[in-house]
Every structure is written in C-alpha cells, then in structure tokens.
Design a protein around this ligand. Structure first.
Ligand code: NAI
Length: 250
C-alpha cells in the first residue's frame, strides 16, 4: 500500500475522475475526504469506499467559495487529525461560442476552474505548514491548458492558469517540503462531456488509441503522483492524453 493512512482530500469527488481517483487512493490505504458541491454524490463516493473496507468521510464544498474550502480543511483536520494532501479536481466544462462568453459566464468558469484550484492550494498548504506536514498537492489541468480550440475560451484560460499555478506553487512551497504537481487529461469518458455519441466518437478519434480515456486511467497517474515514488516530480503537469498533444491534425 503506497498511501497507508495518508489523509487526502478530493474535490469533485462525486463523479468521473474525482470518484475514480478517490476509490483508487483509498485502495492504496489513503483516508479520503470526499468533497463535492453535490452533497449526495460526495456521500455516495465515501460510502463506496467504506463498503470496500476503506476509510472515508465527506464534506460538501463549493470550490469557488473561500469559506467552503476553509471549512473543508478544518473539517478534515477535526475528523482525521491531519491533512497530507489535496486533489484539486472539481471543474466545470465549457463549450460555447466566443460571442456567448459574456463577462458573467467567463467569471463563473474562472471562479471554479481557476480560483477554485488556487483556494485549494492556498488553504491546504497553509494548514500543512501550520501542522508541519510535508504533503502533496495534485491539480487537474487539461490538454486545453496547452493548446487552443474554438468554443472553450474561459476553460482554456483557467486550465493554462492551473499549469502555471502548479509551477509557481511548487516554487513557493518547496522550502516547506510540500510538492505541487498536476495532470492534464485528454478526453475522458465522464459526464462532463455532455453531447451525444457522435461527439464522443469525434473526441475518441483525437487519441492515438481511437478510444476515450477512462477515469481510472487518470486515477492511476494521480495515485502515482501522490506516492513517494513521484518524489522527484515537482511543479510539472503530466499529460495523460493518449498522445493528443504530440501530433498536428491535418
Ligand atoms: P464530472 O462532471 O464527472 O465531475 C466534476 C465534478 O465536479 C462533479 O461531481 C461536480 O459536481 C463537481 N463540481 C463542479 N463544480 C463544482 C464546484 N463549484 N465546487 C465543487 N464541486 C464542483 O467531470 P470530470 O471529467 O470528472 O472532471 C474532473 C476534472 O477533470 C475537471 O477539472 C475537468 O475540467 C477536468 N478534465 C476533464 C476532461 C474530460 O474530458 N472529462 C478533460 C480534461 C480535464
């Protein structure tokens, strides 16, 4: 077990990548605090872990609200005695034309996908420093943190910021022994992809395997990043994209 008794928070744990990762981390011995703004699904993930003999609790939190994230960290320490890391994974998708990117809409996407990750980094690292814990922070970026595609303007701005915040935070927190890394998923088969089968097939075609990536495949890499095996990986965002970023489309 690579993560025995490590207390790890997962945001967006009620679905997709967050749920698969919570289950995988727990299977490696981690104590999971399952968090989502959807309380019912956060609870469901915690129960799924408990049913397999793992340890988990749940806390409802909207990652775009400082008071929710502060409370999430406080609840974690109150319940489990410490905090060893956080997976800042909650996010909203964004598929709409540039003309429809009103200031309000832009702000909404940034508040969850960028500000939410900042809040997780800020409050988790503050608490880990206070407790003298040399922990790990993993963020969810995206291939769209690296390249542009039409129709996801705000999302791309946010995800590029996640890539950069991962570097800056690693630099800021290294002297406290806190490691900060990220994953950049390709197209993952989760409910965030709302359109139908034709769109999913189109996305699958962008990968070398011609298949969508499964959330469990992201979970495996995130679990590695939390483990001591990844102790020399710091500040980097690891693409888990089935080759998406390596070649030019015709
Ligand atoms: P999902 O829709 O299955 O899960 C997202 C979870 O985040 C949901 O449980 C939702 O309730 C929660 N959430 C949304 N807004 C929240 C908020 N304000 N506060 C707290 N929780 C909130 O989607 P998926 O695919 O698992 O997404 C997870 C992360 O992966 C996101 O950051 C997403 O941008 C990223 N990602 C997903 C890709 C994909 O193709 N599915 C590709 C690249 C990145």
């Amino acid at each position: 077990m690579r993560l025995q008794n490590k207390v790890l928070i997962v945001t967006g744990a009620g679905s997709g990548i967050g749920r698969a990762t919570s289950l995988k981390l727990a299977s490696e011995g981690a104590v999971i605090v399952s968090s989502d703004y959807n309380e019912a699904t956060a609870k469901e993930t915690a129960e799924m872990i408990q049913k397999t003999g793992g340890q988990a609790s749940y806390v409802r939190a909207d990652v775009s609200k400082p008071e929710d994230i502060q409370n999430l960290i406080d609840q974690t320490v109150a319940t489990h005695g410490t905090i060893d890391g956080i997976f800042n994974n909650a996010g909203v998708g964004d598929v709409r034309s540039f003309d429809e990117h009103t200031p309000e809409y832009f702000n909404h996407v940034i508040s969850v996908d960028q500000f939410g990750v900042y809040l997780g980094i800020y409050y988790a690292s503050k608490k880990m420093k206070e407790l003298g814990v040399q922990g790990t922070i993993v963020n969810t970026a995206s291939i769209f943190g690296y390249m542009a595609a039409k129709g996801s303007f705000a999302y791309q701005a946010a995800k590029a910021a996640v890539v950069m915040m991962t570097k800056s935070a690693a630099l800021e927190l290294a002297e406290d022994g806190i490691r900060v890394v990220a994953v950049a998923p390709g197209f993952i088969d989760t409910p965030i992809i709302k359109d139908g089968d034709d769109f999913k097939n189109f996305l699958a075609d962008q990968h070398l395997s011609k298949k969508l990536i499964q959330p469990e495949q992201i979970a495996d890499v995130v679990t590695f990043l939390f483990s001591a095996e990844a102790s020399a990986v710091n500040g980097q965002t690891v693409p888990v994209d089935d080759g998406f970023l390596i070649f030019k489309r015709s």
